[in-house]
Design a protein around this ligand. Structure first.
Ligand SMILES: Cc1cc2nc3c(=O)[nH]c(=O)nc-3n(C[C@H](O)[C@H](O)[C@H](O)COP(=O)(O)OP(=O)(O)OC[C@H]3O[C@@H](n4cnc5c(N)ncnc54)[C@H](O)[C@@H]3O)c2cc1C
Length: 481
């Protein structure tokens, strides 16, 4: 049987799972399967059975049943992924890690902790706060997303500019491989001997097995912090300042941009006195010893004045800083104030091309008679255009998807990449040939087969279908548009 067979005997699979797990851990009702048929993207799949694992052994039992019966399986954290990574393949066993939510150990001396994959990102930092340390990757979804999902998607966040994305904060991962065996990739040392299989696993989007324990790096909380909100008459001025700051040798902890529509939506939500009449605002944070922070603030303000900055607001205290960050991190939710639906893209462009590509995005979206709101990790050149629409309008989805594809193409043409942090998943799988040659895709497919010869671990994600079958056909330039 292969993963493409539609003849999976789900009753037999359920019986086999119930031999290894308690009945209440194995759920196959239509209601349950429907609840797990999608993530936070706009795509849906079809779960066959949902299993609630409570331990590595539970995950191993699920994977062994899947491997023995040739059934696809998929790990699922919190389901906040935006690229369809946790959309189940037809009749898959969905292995939920939400009940594997314990911090197993904290080593204060070596600044590491072992955690289960279902631990929520923000819960980890909250629970270790009294030690003066934190887990640096901070996706805007950090209240709800899991560390396992962060590892699988190599997630980023506003404060990953200086500290690096998830890959820089994972020392080791215990994994149930797709054949049901258990292996530890990496370890507690930052640079263990041998091949960096840990590095291969981080960002593998669930294709190489299930992470069951994760050794994370803990970062010292900075002694001082300054958070600035700067507004601009044009998006280009703000975007160009981002490059100026990095070129000056300062790497802030975070540099985020919100355009006018975003400022309007967020202000209605948080009432923080945001500059809603301006074209854009940058939220910039610098951290470190007080003297260094003061010097960085002064230099950044000087650079900003050369770019025609309007008002500069420096958060007076922790409460004001928290309010500004609340605005940034709740931007997606605030969109409900403007339009019922949005479609979010995640691309990266070289930082110095931000202004140019943003111009193209506004042009593309208005040509399709739609609205766009931009809120993004400007320091990383990581764009997040949110195309706004009303799903009840006939034909609107076609226009939204057409505009989205043009935006992705404009980003890649500017020397950028398909995804900065949300992953490829299902959403961008068929766009991979835009960036990768046949040889690249073939090498990636070989690596996938080395971990998963049966192709049962989250199949049909990331690599275009022909790649997974060994017959790769790169699309000619623009053929997918
Ligand atoms: C409002 C909002 C804001 C967001 N902001 C950001 C942001 O700033 N930065 C960012 O990077 N992302 C962001 N995201 C996307 C998303 O939150 C991240 O990708 C997150 O890491 C997904 O975690 P999850 O637990 O929800 O994973 P899921 O959606 O459940 O799964 C995502 C992928 O990980 C795999 N997976 C999950 N657990 C495991 C495991 N234990 N072992 C192996 N594979 C596993 C799944 O199979 C799937 O392929 C945002 C999403 C939303 C809805």
């Amino acid at each position: 049987m292969t993963v493409l067979d539609t003849t999976i005997d789900l009753d037999a699979v359920t019986r086999a799972l119930r031999v290894r797990l308690r009945d209440d851990q194995v759920r196959d009702s239509l209601t349950m399967c429907n609840l797990y048929r999608r993530d936070a993207s706009n795509m849906t799949g079809r779960a066959g059975i949902v299993c609630f694992a409570e331990s590595t052994e539970d995950v191993q039992a699920c994977v062994q049943v899947a491997a023995d019966m040739g059934v696809p399986f998929m790990a699922r954290g919190s389901g906040t992924g935006l690229a369809g990574g946790a959309v189940p393949p037809p009749d898959a066993i969905v292995i939920s890690t939400t009940k594997m939510n314990k911090i197993l150990s904290v080593d204060e001396v070596n600044r590491i902790a072992w955690v289960e994959p279902g631990v929520l990102n923000l819960d980890l930092s909250k629970q270790i706060a009294d030690l003066g340390v934190h887990f640096a990757p901070d996706p805007s979804s950090q209240q709800t997303c899991s560390i396992g999902g962060n590892v699988a998607n190599n997630s980023g966040g506003p404060h990953c500019l200086a500290d690096g994305v998830t890959n820089a904060h994972i020392h080791g991962v215990e994994v149930v491989l797709p054949d049901g065996s258990i292996s530890i990739l990496g370890g507690e040392e930052p640079e263990p001997d041998g091949l960096d299989l840990r590095g291969v696993f981080v960002g593998s989007e669930g294709m190489f097995g299930v992470a069951t324990k994760i050794c994370v790096r803990l970062m010292q909380n900075p002694p001082d912090v300054a958070t600035m909100l700067m507004d601009f008459e044009s998006v280009a001025e703000g975007a160009n300042l981002v490059s100026d700051i990095i070129a000056s040798g300062i790497v802030p902890a975070a540099v985020e941009m919100m355009d006018q529509l975003c400022l309007i939506a967020v202000e209605e939500f948080i009432h923080a006195g945001l500059p809603v009449e301006k074209a854009a605002a940058l939220l910039i944070e610098v951290v470190g010893p007080s003297a260094g922070v003061a010097a960085d603030v002064e230099r950044i303000c000087q650079l900003a004045s050369e770019r025609g900055v309007g008002a500069i607001r420096v958060a007076a205290d922790d409460a004001e800083r928290a309010l500004l960050w609340k605005g940034r991190k709740s931007a997606f939710g605030a969109i409900a104030n403007i339009m019922p639906n949005y479609y979010l893209h995640d691309t990266v462009v070289p930082r110095h091309k931000l202004a140019e590509v943003l111009d193209q995005i506004y042009e593309i979206v208005s040509r399709h008679n739609l609205q766009v709101l931009n809120v993004f990790h400007a320091g990383d050149g990581n764009l997040h255009p949110l195309i706004l629409f009303d799903g009840s309008v006939e034909g609107v989805f076609e226009r939204v998807h057409a505009a989205g594809r043009e935006i992705v193409k404009a980003s890649v043409n500017a020397g950028g990449v398909l995804s900065g942090e949300h992953g490829i998943g299902l959403e961008k799988r068929d766009l991979m040939p835009l960036m990768f040659t046949e040889t690249d895709l073939s090498a990636q497919a070989d690596l996938r087969r080395a971990f998963d010869p049966q192709l049962i671990s989250n199949p049909d994600k990331v690599l275009p279908n022909p790649a997974t079958c060994g017959e790769i056909h790169s699309a000619p330039e623009g053929a997918w548009i």
